[in-house]
Design a binder for this molecule. Structure first.
Ligand code: ZN
Length: 462
C-alpha cells in the first residue's frame, strides 16, 4: 500500500510533538478510567478478570476506530490537503482564501487535531463539511467553528441528529456493552431532539468555489442516511467518510441502527468510482493514493456488497430462512474482504429484515409469547435444569458453543441461578471468543462474559 509521507520539516514540528502528547493524553485518559474502575471493582471484591476483559474490550474498541501508526500526527496528503488521524480523521484543505475542514473527529480528539493542523496553516476556517452525523465526525464542530464559518451537511442530518438524541439512553447502554467502556447513560430520559450543527444543508448536490478549488458535495447515503462525499476535481481528491473502510461494512451494527441500505452503498461507491480519484480520503485509516489501487479497492467493496445483497434477495425469493442464508452466503474468492468490523452474516440478516421486517412467516411468532416461555416445559421433560446444563457443557466440549448457549438458556429459564448452566454459558462465550476475528463480536462476547461472571459471583453469595 502506498504510504503517504509524513511532513518532515517546517512549523508543524512543535505541533507534532504536541500532537503525540495530546494523543497520548486521550489514550491514557481512557485507559486510566478503565483501570480505575478495574481497581474499584477489585476493591469491592469483584473478579479481577472481568476488569481485564474490559481492558481487552477497550483494545477492541481502539481497533474498531482504526487507531493506527499515524495516530496523533499530521499527514500531508497533497500540497493542499492535510490529515489528522485518531478516533475519526480530520482533513484540512488549504486555499488562498481560507481553509475547509472536512469532519471534526470526536470532541476529545478535536483540540489535538486543531492544534496540529493549524500549526501547518492557521488561515480562517471558511467551511466545515460533515460527511455524516456520527459523533466521531461531528464532535469537534464547536472547537473548529469561527464566527464566519459555514457548516455544511446533507439535509437528512437534522432528522439523523434527532434520531440519535431521541434514543440516547438506549444507545449509551448498547455502546457501553459493545465497547466495554463508558456506560454512563445520558442524563435525559430520551425522546429529546438533537443539536443541529449545519448552517447550510442540501438535497442531492451542493457546490462552492474557494481559492481556485471547486468543492462538489454529493448526497451519498450508505453508512448513514445523511452521508455525503466531497469531490475536488482540481485535486482529483474524493473524501468518502465512512462509506469505505478496510473491512466489509456494517450493513447492520449490533449497537443498533436503522437498516443501512446495501444498494445505497453500491450507488454511492459507484459515484466515487466514476470520478476516477487519485486520492481517496476515508473517515478512518490512512488516505489512499493512485487511481489504480483506489479503483481496485472500491470496486471490490462495491461488488462484495452487491453480491451479498443479490444472494440474499435470491434466497428470500427461493423461500430460504434468514438463518439458512446467514450460514450459506459467503463471498467468492475474488471479492474477499476482511470481516474484522462488519460481518457478511450480519449484513445478510440486515438486508433480509431491512426488506421485510421482523415477521418470519411462522404464525407462532406473531404473539407476545416468545419461545423461551416454553423452555421450562422442555427442561421438565428432559429431567431438570442440571441435566440440560450438563448437555450444554458437553456441546461446548464437542465444539458446538452456539447450540450450547441455547441449551444453557433453556436450563436458566427453568432455574435462574443454575451454576452449571451459567458455567456452560461462560465456557461457550470463551470458546467463541477464542476463534473470533471480528472486533464487534469480541466486544459483545466480552460483555456476555462480564455478565455471567457477575451472576456467578452473586449466586456464590446466596
Ligand atoms: Zn466513523
Amino acid at each position: 500500500m502506498f504510504r503517504i509521507p509524513t511532513l518532515q520539516n517546517g512549523p508543524h514540528r512543535n505541533g507534532r510533538s504536541q500532537a503525540r502528547k495530546a494523543a497520548l493524553a486521550v489514550v491514557v485518559a481512557v485507559l486510566c478510567t478503565t483501570i480505575v474502575s478495574i481497581k474499584a471493582e477489585t476493591a469491592r471484591g469483584q473478579d479481577k478478570t472481568s476488569g481485564f476483559s474490559r481492558l481487552s474490550a477497550l483494545t477492541n474498541a481502539l481497533t474498531l476506530f482504526r487507531v493506527d501508526s499515524s495516530f496523533g500526527k499530521t499527514v500531508k496528503v497533497h500540497d493542499s490537503i492535510y490529515q489528522a488521524s485518531g478516533l475519526g480523521n480530520t482533513f484540512m484543505v488549504t486555499t488562498d482564501e481560507g481553509n475547509v475542514i472536512i469532519d471534526t473527529s470526536l470532541s476529545q480528539m478535536a483540540p489535538m487535531h486543531k492544534r496540529v493542523l493549524q500549526a501547518v496553516d492557521d488561515s480562517p476556517v471558511k467551511y466545515i463539511i460533515l460527511t455524516h452525523g456520527h459523533v466521531d465526525h461531528t464532535g469537534g464542530v464547536d472547537i473548529w467553528k469561527e464566527k464566519e464559518t459555514q457548516v455544511i451537511a446533507q439535509q437528512n442530518s437534522s432528522e439523523f441528529m434527532h434520531y440519535q438524541s431521541r434514543l440516547a439512553p438506549f444507545f449509551a447502554s448498547r455502546n457501553a456493552a459493545q465497547y466495554g467502556v463508558g456506560g454512563a447513560a445520558k442524563k435525559h430520559s430520551g425522546n429529546e431532539g438533537g443539536k443541529i450543527l449545519a448552517t447550510i444543508t442540501f438535497d442531492k448536490k451542493y457546490e462552492f468555489k474557494l481559492g481556485g478549488l471547486t468543492f462538489e458535495i454529493y448526497h451519498t447515503p450508505g453508512e448513514t442516511s445523511d452521508h455525503l462525499s466531497v469531490w475536488i476535481p482540481e485535486l482529483k481528491a474524493a473524501f468518502v467518510g465512512d462509506n469505505y473502510y478496510r473491512s466489509f461494512p456494517n450493513l447492520y451494527t449490533l449497537r443498533g441502527t436503522k437498516p443501512r441500505w446495501a444498494l445505497d452503498y453500491v450507488d454511492s461507491l459507484g459515484k466515487v468510482l466514476d470520478w476516477k480519484p487519485e486520492f481517496m480520503l476515508p473517515g478512518h485509516g490512512p488516505a489512499l493514493s493512485g487511481n489504480e489501487e483506489i479503483t481496485q479497492k472500491l470496486t471490490r467493496q462495491r461488488d462484495a456488497i452487491l453480491y451479498v445483497h443479490d444472494a440474499t434477495v435470491q434466497g428470500m425469493n427461493n423461500g430460504k430462512s434468514v438463518h439458512a442464508l446467514m450460514r450459506e452466503i459467503k463471498l467468492p474468492e475474488h471479492l474477499q474482504v476482511s470481516e474484522h468490523y462488519g460481518s457478511v452474516a450480519w449484513g445478510v440478516r440486515g438486508i433480509y429484515q431491512g426488506y421485510v421486517g421482523w415477521f418470519d412467516g411462522d404464525p407462532a411468532t406473531m404473539y407476545a409469547t416468545p419461545p423461551s416461555e416454553a423452555y421450562p416445559e422442555i427442561v421438565a421433560l428432559a429431567g431438570g435444569a442440571e441435566r440440560v446444563a450438563d448437555r450444554a457443557a458437553k456441546l461446548v466440549r464437542d465444539g458446538h458453543p452456539v447450540q450450547a448457549l441455547h441449551l444453557a438458556d433453556m436450563a436458566l429459564a427453568s432455574d435462574h441461578n443454575n451454576v452449571r448452566a451459567l458455567q456452560a454459558r461462560l465456557d461457550a462465550f470463551k470458546a467463541l471468543q477464542s476463534v473470533s476475528v471480528n472486533a464487534i463480536e469480541k466486544g459483545w462476547l466480552s460483555h456476555g462474559i462480564r455478565g455471567i461472571k457477575q451472576r456467578l459471583e452473586t449466586v456464590s453469595k446466596l
